[in-house]
Write a protein that binds this ligand. Structure first.
Ligand SMILES: NC(=O)c1ccc[n+]([C@@H]2O[C@H](COP(=O)([O-])OP(=O)(O)OC[C@H]3O[C@@H](n4cnc5c(N)ncnc54)[C@H](OP(=O)(O)O)[C@@H]3O)[C@@H](O)[C@H]2O)c1
Length: 374
C-alpha cells in the first residue's frame, strides 16, 4: 500500500555495477514500514574520499544496484506506526551508521560501505540511501534537530545555520566519537594529527568545544595558521620531516594527555604517529581512527612503559549523537566557521566529488535531489 502524500516515483543517484559510473534515475519512492521513517532529503553530505569509494579505489564493499548516499539532514514525511517520539514534519539529522537491531556489532554506512559482516543488512531493508529525493531509514537513526534554535534568525534567539552547515554534524560526530571514547577531559591537551583534513579539522573544533587545549599537526602551513586563529587554546606543530624537532615542539609545555589520529591511507608510512605517541605522558590515551592501509610501526616500548591506552574507534557510539547535537544547540560548538564549498544537484555528482576532494578543514559539500523550484 503506497504511503500517503508521497509521489509514486522520485529521483535517485544510482550505481548499477560496482565501481562504474553513476546515473540519476526515476525510481519508485520508498514506502513506509514498521521501524522506519521516510525522509525528504534536504542536504546530504559528501566527504573527501567519496569518489575513491564509488570508483572502487578504496575497495569498500557494498551491494549493487544501490542508491548511494551518506549522512543527511532531512524532514520526516512518513513514519512507521511504531514511532512514539518522532513526528511528521520534524527536521532530523540522519545518522548513516546503521547497526543491526539483533546484533549491534554488525554495522554499515548507508549508501557507502558494508563494513565487515553487514552484507545481509545492507542488501535488504536499508539498501537505498540519501542521494535521492526521499530515503527510507531506521527510526533510531533519525535525530530530531531543534529547527527554531539552529536555523532561526539570531534576533529571535536562533543560531542562523543553514541545512548545509548542519550536515557537518556527520563530520563532527566521528571526531567526537574518538575523543569521547578516550575520555578527553576539560583542560587536557590533545594532539590532533593530521589536523588539516576534514575529519582532523573537525577534531580540532570539537576538542575545543569539549574544553581541551589542542596541538594541531599537519603539513599545510596555511591551514595550520587558520587553525591557530580559532582560539588561544590551539598551538600548531608543522610536519617538516624532522621527528626529533617535532617531538620537542609537541612537548614544549610538558607531556600531552591524549592523541587523536585521523590519518588517511596515503599517510600510512608517515612518522608523525610515532612522534605524537612519544609525546604522551604516563597514562596518556590514543584514539586511533585513521584508515591506514598497512600495519604500522608504532612505538610499542613507549606504549608499554608509559602505560598508554591505545583505543581503536570506528565512528561513534549511539549516545554520542544526542550529546553532540546538544553541544551544537547549546552554542558550545559553533557552526559559524563551517563554510559550504558547494551545493550540487544529483546530476552534478562528479563535480561534487571533485569539490569534496579539495575541501578545506572547515568546509562541507552537499548533494540534494531538490532543485531551487521543487
Ligand atoms: N575511524 C573512523 O570511524 C573514520 C571515519 C571517517 C574517516 N576516517 C578516516 O579519516 C581519514 C581522513 O579523512 P578526511 O576526509 O579528513 O581526509 P582529507 O580531508 O583528505 O584529509 C587528509 C589529511 O591527511 C593529511 N595527509 C595526507 N597524506 C599525508 C602524508 N603523507 N603525511 C602527512 N599528512 C598527510 C592531509 O594533509 P595535507 O593537507 O597536507 O594534504 C590532510 O590533513 C580517512 O582516510 C578515513 O580513513 C575514519
Amino acid at each position: 500500500m503506497p504511503s500517503p502524500h508521497l509521489p509514486p516515483t522520485h529521483r535517485a543517484l544510482m550505481q548499477h555495477v560496482y565501481a562504474q559510473p553513476l546515473t540519476v534515475e526515476q525510481v519508485p519512492t520508498p514506502q513506509i514500514s514498521p521501524g522506519s521513517a521516510v525522509l525528504r532529503i534536504e542536504s546530504a553530505g559528501v566527504i573527501s574520499y567519496s569518489r575513491d569509494v564509488y570508483d572502487g579505489t578504496r575497495r569498500y564493499p557494498y551491494p549493487t544496484p544501490l542508491v548511494i548516499g551518506l549522512h543527511a539532514v532531512g524532514r520526516i514525511v512518513a513514519l512507521g506506526a511504531d514511532a512514539v517520539a518522532l513526528k511528521i514534519g520534524m527536521l532530523v539529522f540522519f545518522d548513516s551508521f546503521i547497526r543491526a537491531r539483533d546484533d549491534p556489532s554488525v554495522v554499515m554506512l548507508s549508501g557507502f560501505s558494508e563494513v565487515g559482516k553487514a552484507h545481509a543488512l545492507m542488501s535488504g531493508e536499508w539498501r537505498d540511501s540519501t542521494y535521492a529525493q526521499f530515503a527510507k531509514v531506521p527510526l533510531e537513526n533519525c535525530h530530531p534537530l531543534d529547527e527554531e534554535r539552529l536555523c532561526g534568525p539570531p534576533m529571535d534567539g536562533g543560531l542562523g545555520y543553514s541545512k548545509e552547515q548542519l550536515t557537518w554534524i556527520g563530520m563532527a560526530l566521528v571526531a567526537y566519537g574518538g575523543l569521547r571514547t578516550i575520555g578527553l577531559q576539560v583542560g587536557e591537551t590533545v594532539v590532533v594529527a593530521p589536523a588539516t583534513g576534514g575529519f582532523g579539522g573537525a577534531g580540532v573544533l570539537v576538542a575545543l568545544a569539549m574544553g581541551a587545549k589542542v596541538i594541531a599537526m599537519g603539513r599545510n602551513k596555511e591551514i595550520l595558521d587558520s587553525l591557530s586563529k580559532l582560539s588561544p587554546r590551539v598551538r600548531i606543530v608543522p610536519l617538516a620531516g624532522d621527528a626529533e624537532h617535532e617531538l620537542e615542539a609537541l612537548t614544549e609545555s610538558g607531556p600531552v594527555d591524549a592523541y587523536l589520529d585521523m590519518s588517511p591511507p596515503t599517510a600510512s608510512n608517515s612518522t608523525y604517529r610515532k612522534t605524537a605517541i612519544k609525546a604522551l605522558r604516563n597514562g596518556g590515551r590514543i584514539s586511533l581512527m585513521g584508515g591506514l592501509s598497512s600495519d604500522n610501526d608504532l612505538p610499542l616500548f613507549d606504549i608499554a612503559a608509559k602505560n598508554l591506552t591505545l583505543q581503536g574507534k570506528l565512528m561513534y557510539d549511539f549516545h554520542h549523537i544526542r550529546d553532540m547535537i546538544k553541544l551544537i544547540e547549546g552554542g558550545m560548538l559553533s557552526l559559524d566557521p563551517i563554510k559550504v564549498a558547494g551545493k550540487f544537484g544529483l546530476e552534478q555528482w562528479e563535480e561534487a566529488f571533485g569539490v569534496a576532494a579539495g575541501m578545506k578543514y572547515n568546509e562541507v559539500t552537499v548533494l540534494s535531489g531538490w532543485g531551487e523550484t521543487d
